[in-house]
Design a protein around this ligand. Structure first.
Ligand code: ATP
Ligand code: MG
Length: 393
């Protein structure tokens, strides 16, 4: 026993009324999976109102604690968490534990405030008493000033049931919804900046992601596949294990180049990619496809082109970045750690066959006429035959 607990907050889930149990169960399942390496230190407890408790049952070495904190911090559905010291509910036990807690941070602050909350009303002291008694003990022990208006350090004390919890540092989480609570999706993942961000945003709204990457090896270098693997690896920080499908499209590109109007090449290729995505979705029981398109970001991402690209695709194509500026997308990419991988040089499966003047306002009827020249079924079956599957964890 260490008398420490990790207390996890999930405000948005807590607001979900009757469904909250489903959300909490999924969150706990996700956390258990992500933290399974550290099982010897942690005992999963249960939820208390808007929080979930994980007891720390064995002293955790500092570097391992950092790893645990990193994993929890990056779990969708968690708004914040903290490591609390637990004490009995007599005033002297609370004071002793508060002093032990503060001793860990004593070099970090000069002024402080105690923020008391007494949930258990059966004790013979008030919230105010906790503030006064603990405040003066800390002031004396560490020679610090009480400052109730703008303290450097806040010490929270909650007396609930048979114990009191004492904490100070709240670590922010990424919020959102637990992975899996919104169903499954296939994320179309290139090696660029945008699609890793759109994939992250989909995960952070509760979608469980399977990634699909289309490549033109041997025309493009094998390093571009390594890059996509590194991006997926980074995205496992949030979801845990991710399945990655690698689909060769060189033959499809060659056929498109031979048989169709060069201005429509990219649109036709993207449509086949979405159709292959749909086949993977059927296999994975996924209900949607995710892309990194952003309206008007490049000449090809116009409303007309997006419409022509997705024509005939039955699943909804979600585009989480549709209304975001590039600046915002880059900031997000940096924040989630995919940016530095995305900017490594790579050859894009599509750029090698990009025409000099690609269509920017595709006509749907004409696009469909061009698409009809292709033996769609055969092209898709051949690509699926050669598809590779990787599990990245
Ligand atoms: P990104 O930065 O994600 O590469 P982009 O700005 O380069 O996007 P496009 O090349 O027009 O834009 O691609 C639009 C979307 O199509 C991508 O965000 C991605 O979802 C999907 N896509 C493009 N190329 C591939 C590929 N080789 N494999 C999988 N998906 C792809
Ligand atoms: Mg790209």
């Amino acid at each position: 026993m260490t008398n420490q607990i990790l207390i996890i907050n999930f405000e948005e889930i807590y607001l979900k009324g009757k469904n909250q149990n489903i959300f909490i169960k999924q969150l706990v399942r996700n956390l258990k999976r992500k933290l399974k390496l550290y099982a010897e230190y942690l005992q999963f407890e249960k939820s208390h109102g808007g929080s979930y408790f994980i007891e720390i049952i064995k002293e955790v070495p500092f570097d391992i604690l950092n790893e645990i904190v990193y994993k929890i911090k990056n779990t969708p559905g968690i708004t914040g968490f903290y490591i609390a010291d637990v004490s009995g509910i007599t005033m002297s036990e609370i004071i002793d534990t508060a002093i032990k807690h503060v001793s860990k941070y004593q070099n970090d602050f000069n002024s402080f405030a105690v923020v008391p909350k007494r949930i258990n009303k059966s004790v013979n002291y008030s919230s105010l008493d906790i503030g006064i008694e603990v405040g003066s003990a800390i002031s004396k022990t560490f020679d610090k000033q009480v400052d109730l208006t703008s303290p450097d350090f806040k010490l929270y004390i909650k007396v609930r049931g048979k114990y009191a919890i004492i904490y100070s540092k709240i670590i922010p989480g990424i919020g959102g919804l637990p992975v899996g609570t919104s169903g499954k999706a296939i994320a179309m993942l290139s090696g660029g900046i945008d699609s890793p961000v759109s994939t992250f945003m989909a995960m952070n709204r509760g979608l469980h992601i399977t990634a699909a990457h289309f490549h033109s090896v041997p025309k493009t270098s094998p390093q571009s596949i390594e890059k996509v693997k590194a991006l997926v690896k980074k995205l496992t920080d949030f979801q845990g294990e991710i399945k990655l499908y690698l689909i060769p499209v060189l033959k499809i590109q060659q056929v498109i180049a031979q048989q169709t109007d060069s201005r429509l090449r990219l649109i036709l290729l993207r449509r086949i990619m979405l159709k292959i995505g749909e086949r993977i979705a059927a296999d994975q029981k996924a209900k949607t496809l995710i892309t990194g398109d952003s309206l008007g970001q490049v000449a090809s991402q116009t409303l007309e082109n997006m419409r022509a690209t997705e024509d005939g695709v039955k699943l909804p194509v979600l585009r989480p970045l549709i209304a975001l500026d590039k600046k915002f997308i880059i900031a997000k990419a940096r924040q989630i750690g995919t940016y530095d991988i995305s900017i490594l040089p790579h050859d894009d499966a599509c750029s090698m066959f990009t025409p000099k003047s690609p269509e920017t306002k595709a006509d749907l009827k004409y696009t469909n006429e061009q698409y009809a020249r292709l033996d769609e079924q055969q092209l898709i079956e051949d690509a699926l035959q050669e598809m590779e599957t990787l599990i990245i964890s």
